[in-house]
Design a protein around this ligand. Structure first.
Ligand SMILES: Cc1cc2nc3c(=O)[nH]c(=O)nc-3n(C[C@H](O)[C@H](O)[C@H](O)COP(=O)(O)OP(=O)(O)OC[C@H]3O[C@@H](n4cnc5c(N)ncnc54)[C@H](O)[C@@H]3O)c2cc1C
Length: 440
C-alpha cells in the first residue's frame, strides 16, 4: 500500500497491573510516517483513479436522512444537499439545505462513524458500570461524528447492538486553537505525572498515566467531579507529553526528520509548549503555593489545599532515595525505562517533583474526552446488517466505527488502544467485497 511506520513502537494502555488482565503486555502502538494524512494518501490515490475512470462519484455536501426501502430491501438513500460552506477554522459549517436528493444502488454500505460528537447520545448510552455520565466533556471527534445514521438505519429495520460500549479518554485538553466546537486534544502520557482527582486526592494504583483508561474513568466517576489533574514538572512535560492528532505532530505528519530529531533534545515539542502557554487547562508555577492558587482558579475554587498536596508530593519524592520503592508508580516508571523505546523518548529520568532544577511545576486539568464507539449496527461476518430477528436486511451493509468494526468490537471491549483504524479498514474491505459479490 505504501505505508511506512515510525521505528519506535509505543507502549500504550498497559492495563490494570495484572499479568493475566487486559492491556498491552508488549509495545505495539505503531505510528504511521505521515500520521493520518499518510494513512489516507494511498487510498485516496486509488479512489481518485476510479473517479477519473468514471467508476466512483463523490457527493460532497449531501446529507443522508433516510434509507430507501422497497419490498423489504434497502435500495438507496435520500437526503438533503447543503449549501457550499467555506467557514473559518473552529466554526460549524453551514447546514442550510439547497435541495433534496435520492441515490439508488444494489447495495448501501453505511460508514458514518461513531457517536462521540453527540454528547447527549453519549450520555444516553452511558453504561451503569462506568457510574453516572459526565455533565461536561470535550469532543475528541469532529461534529459530523453524530451517530445520526444509527437511528436512520434502525428505522429501516437494522438492529443496534451494545450501544453502551464506548471508549472515552480521561486526559482531554481544551484545544486553545479549535478546529471544531468544544474541540478536545488527548494527551498520550508517559507514566510519571502524579494523577489527582479534582479535590487533590491521588488516584489509587494502578491508575497511572497510560495504564487503564476505562478503569480510571470508572474511578473518576465515583469522585463527584468531571475532571482530574496531572501534577508534573517541566522535565516530565518535555519527554512525556505527546498530543494526539496529525496537527499536533508536525514532524511525523510532515515527514520532517530534522524536526523529529528535536524530540530527543531539551525542551518540549512546539505544540506542547503552545498548549502550556495558551491552553486554558494549564497552570505553570515556580512554587507549590502558586501552583495550588492556579489550580483553584482553573478548577473549582477552594478544592485543592496546599498542605496535604505538599505532604503527598514529599512522600512520593522520598521514594526516589532508593532503587527499590513501595510506591507502585515509581516502580512502574523504572520498569518502563527498561524498554529502550520508552527510555529514549517517552519516560523522564526519575526525579523529585519538588526539585527546583526539574521545574517549573505544572498542573494540567484533565477533562473527559469522547472518542471511540464500540457498539452500533449489528452485522454478520460479511458486514451485512442484521434485523431484530437476526436475519440479514437485504441491501444494507455497515463498516467502520458505526458497527463497532463488525458487530461488537473486533478487538474486544478494552479495544487494545490504537487499533481502531485497522478494524475500520478491515471491516470496510469485508463489507465491500461482500456487497460486490452480491451485486454480480
Ligand atoms: C484525533 C483522532 C485521533 C485518532 N487516533 C487514532 C489512532 O491513533 N489509532 C487508531 O486506530 N484510531 C484512531 N482514531 C480513531 C479512528 O480515526 C476512527 O475510528 C476511524 O477514522 C473511523 O472511521 P470511519 O470511516 O468508521 O468513520 P469516520 O472517519 O468518522 O467517517 C464517517 C464519515 O461519514 C460521514 N457521515 C456521517 N453521517 C452522514 C450522513 N448522515 N450523510 C452523509 N455522510 C455522513 C461523515 O461526514 C464522515 O465523512 C482517532 C480518531 C481521532 C478523531
Amino acid at each position: 500500500m505504501g505505508h511506512r511506520v515510525f521505528p519506535v513502537v509505543g507502549w500504550a494502555e498497559r492495563g490494570d497491573g495484572r499479568a493475566e488482565g487486559h492491556g498491552n503486555s508488549v509495545p505495539r502502538f505503531h505510528i504511521t510516517w505521515g500520521t493520518g494524512p499518510g494513512v489516507v494518501a494511498p487510498f485516496e490515490r486509488r479512489v481518485r483513479e476510479h473517479v477519473d475512470a468514471g467508476r466512483i462519484r463523490f457527493a460532497f455536501r449531501h446529507r443522508v436522512d433516510e434509507l430507501v426501502l422497497e419490498g423489504g430491501a434497502v435500495v438507496g438513500v435520500r437526503g438533503a444537499t447543503l449549501e457550499p460552506s467555506g467557514v473559518d477554522r473552529g466554526r460549524p459549517s453551514s447546514r442550510v439545505e439547497t435541495g433534496d436528493f435520492e441515490l439508488r444502488g444494489q447495495a448501501v454500505i453505511v460508514t458514518s462513524g461513531g457517536i462521540g460528537g453527540n454528547h447527549d447520545l453519549v450520555r444516553r448510552s452511558w453504561p451503569e458500570r462506568l457510574g453516572t455520565p459526565p455533565a461536561t466533556m470535550v469532543s475528541g471527534v469532529p461534529a459530523h461524528v453524530d451517530g445520526r445514521m444509527l437511528g436512520i438505519s434502525e428505522a429501516a429495520g437494522a438492529r443496534i447492538i451494545n450501544p453502551d460500549r464506548m471508549w472515552h479518554y480521561v486526559e482531554g485538553l481544551r484545544n486553545w486553537d479549535p478546529i471544531w466546537d468544544n474541540h478536545g486534544i488527548r494527551i498520550l502520557p508517559g507514566p510519571s505525572s502524579l494523577w489527582l482527582d479534582a479535590t487533590g486526592k491521588r488516584l489509587p494504583a494502578p491508575y497511572f498515566p497510560g495504564f487503564d483508561t476505562l478503569g480510571t474513568l470508572r474511578h473518576l466517576r465515583t469522585t463527584g467531579h468531571d475532571y482530574s489533574w496531572f501534577v508534573l514538572t517541566q522535565k516530565i512535560i518535555e519527554k512525556e507529553f505527546a498530543l494526539s492528532g496529525s496537527e499536533q505532530n508536525p514532524d511525523l505528519t510532515g515527514k520532517d526528520v530534522k524536526l523529529l530529531l528535536s524530540r530527543v533534545k531539551a525542551g518540549a515539542p512546539g505544540p506542547v509548549e503552545a498548549f502550556k502557554r495558551h491552553g486554558a487547562d494549564f497552570v505553570v508555577a515556580d512554587t507549590l503555593a502558586e501552583l495550588v492558587a492556579g489550580m483553584n482558579r482553573v478548577g473549582e475554587p477552594g478544592l485543592i489545599e496546599e498542605a496535604p498536596l505538599r505532604r503527598l508530593i514529599e512522600q512520593r519524592d522520598r521514594e526516589l532515595d532508593n532503587t527499590y520503592s513501595k510506591d507502585a508508580q515509581v516502580t512502574a516508571i523504572r520498569g518502563a525505562r527498561n524498554y529502550r523505546g520508552d527510555k529514549l523518548i517517552r519516560v523522564a529520568t526519575p526525579h523529585r517533583l519538588l526539585d527546583p532544577k526539574a521545574g517549573p511545576l505544572i498542573a494540567v486539568r484533565l477533562n473527559i474526552l469522547t472518542r471511540k464507539t464500540l457498539g452500533g449496527l449489528e452485522t454478520d461476518l460479511s458486514g451485512r446488517c442484521l434485523t431484530a430477528g437476526g436475519d440479514p436486511l437485504p441491501g444494507l451493509y455497515a463498516a467502520g466505527e458505526v458497527n463497532g468494526f463488525g458487530g461488537g468490537g473486533m478487538h474486544g471491549y478494552n479495544a487494545l488502544e490504537g487499533t481502531f483504524l485497522g478494524g475500520c479498514l478491515f471491516s470496510g474491505r469485508t463489507a465491500g467485497r461482500a456487497a460486490a459479490a452480491a451485486c454480480l
